[in-house]
Design a protein around this ligand. Structure first.
Ligand SMILES: NC(=O)c1ccc[n+]([C@@H]2O[C@H](COP(=O)([O-])OP(=O)(O)OC[C@H]3O[C@@H](n4cnc5c(N)ncnc54)[C@H](O)[C@@H]3O)[C@@H](O)[C@H]2O)c1
Length: 357
């Protein structure tokens, strides 16, 4: 019998990758997405194009426009399908946006996640539950690292314990999280608790920057995707603070989804994993601009604003050793060049208009 997966946020970047991936693996795929992303970020953020593409290209894909905060609709859905796997990617994903509407942010990120967890426990307790968390749960603690300023990026000394990347031992306390970081951390802890207290087979994946051709990049969310769109369309890109030397490691949505699959095959209860593109896919904003310009074959107009986003990380590279130790067959397939090439190809295919593909 076919395994059944529920993907929340199924028209978003990670969600749509999950729909494609698990459909190819032979799962029956049910997705929910109500295009809240357009309500957050305007038409640049709309995922309608991606939902349409999924419905046109993925055989038997079932889509529901329901809101994850709608408890009775979630109960009806989980009771109808009794899923084997639930991948929860729906979220308000921007820390800048969260401050404009704190109740909406907390309602979706924390309470929406709680509704999904509790419903899973009651109606599908054998399901594997995967939650896409964020490195913002560590607040601005990474900014306390002894960073050195190089010509194009901030960097850690090679002998520092986190040089390879930051692992799960970093404290989540005594720091500034942003309201987004706080709502995601609330959900992150709930997921851990449903694993440890109730024995639900669940995991928290704390990602830095996730990217890929299916991102509806907008100014407030989707750094590389938005950068490539600006490069392709001639729109001006704005760098916020840190001289553009802030470093991110970028994980392609395919590599992340593949990690979910490995977890599904041999699940555990209440694990947390830092997950990212690691050093091989790490770039500063200045470095990313150079790579994008070459990949697009175009110039990029950008402006520098000498005010960083509140709590923004100056340097983040993930150490994925814990996940690789638990799941040694998983590996990263994209580095900083191939990940940007993939986004560029997507933007070219779409004419850079809606979303990236
Ligand atoms: N993209 C990143 O760089 C990044 C980094 C770290 C963590 N994450 C986390 O990964 C997850 C997926 O991120 P993404 O980049 O795919 O985001 P995304 O915005 O592309 O996708 C999320 C989708 O959820 C939908 N959604 C939002 N609220 C909803 C609601 N109330 N009901 C139903 N659908 C709703 C949106 O319309 C959107 O399509 C999120 O939890 C995000 O916080 C993302």
């Amino acid at each position: 019998m076919k395994k059944t997966v529920l993907v929340t946020g199924s028209a978003g970047l990670v969600g749509s990758e999950c729909v494609r991936f698990f459909s190819q693996k032979g799962f029956e795929v049910v997705g929910i997405d109500n295009n809240m992303r357009m309500a957050f970020f305007g038409k640049d953020g709309s995922v309608e194009w991606n939902k349409k593409l999924l419905l046109e290209t993925i055989p038997d894909y079932l889509h529901y426009d329901i809101d994850i905060r709608d408890k009775s609709a979630i109960e009806d859905l989980i009771s109808k399908y009794k899923f084997d796997l639930i991948i929860h990617t729906a979220a308000q994903p921007s820390h800048d946006w969260a401050a404009q509407a704190p109740y909406v942010d907390f309602g979706i990120n924390a309470i929406g996640t709680h509704i999904l967890l509790e419903t899973t426990r009651k109606l599908a307790p054998k399901a594997v539950f995967i939650y896409t968390s964020t490195n913002k749960v560590y607040g601005d603690n990474p900014n306390r690292l002894p960073l050195v300023e190089l010509e194009k990026r901030y960097e850690l000394p090679e002998n520092h314990i986190y040089y390879k990347g930051i692992d799960e031992t970093m404290s989540i306390d005594n720091c500034l999280h942003s309201l987004f970081g706080a709502s995601k951390l609330s959900a992150d802890i709930l997921v851990q608790e449903y694993g440890r207290y109730f024995g639900l087979k669940c995991a928290v994946f704390r990602a830095g920057c996730i990217t890929g051709a299916y991102h509806s990049g907008s100014r407030l969310h989707g750094f590389l995707s938005y950068l490539v769109k600006c490069c392709a369309s001639g729109e001006k890109y704005i760098i916020y603070g840190y001289k553009g030397k802030q470093v991110r490691d970028n994980i392609h949505s395919f590599d992340l989804t593949n990690a979910f699959y490995h977890f599904f095959l041999t699940p555990r209860c209440g694990e947390i994993y830092n997950i990212g593109g690691t050093r091989i896919a790490s770039v500063s904003v200045l470095e990313a601009i150079e790579i994008c310009k070459k990949a697009c074959g175009k110039k990029l107009a950008y402006e520098y604003v000498d005010k960083n986003r509140i709590g923004d990380h100056m340097w983040w590279i993930s150490d994925v050793t814990k996940f690789k130790t638990h799941y040694p067959d998983w590996k990263l397939t994209y580095d900083k060049y191939s990940v940007i090439d993939d986004i560029v190809r997507g933007v070219i295919r779409s004419g850079g208009v809606s979303g990236s593909v």
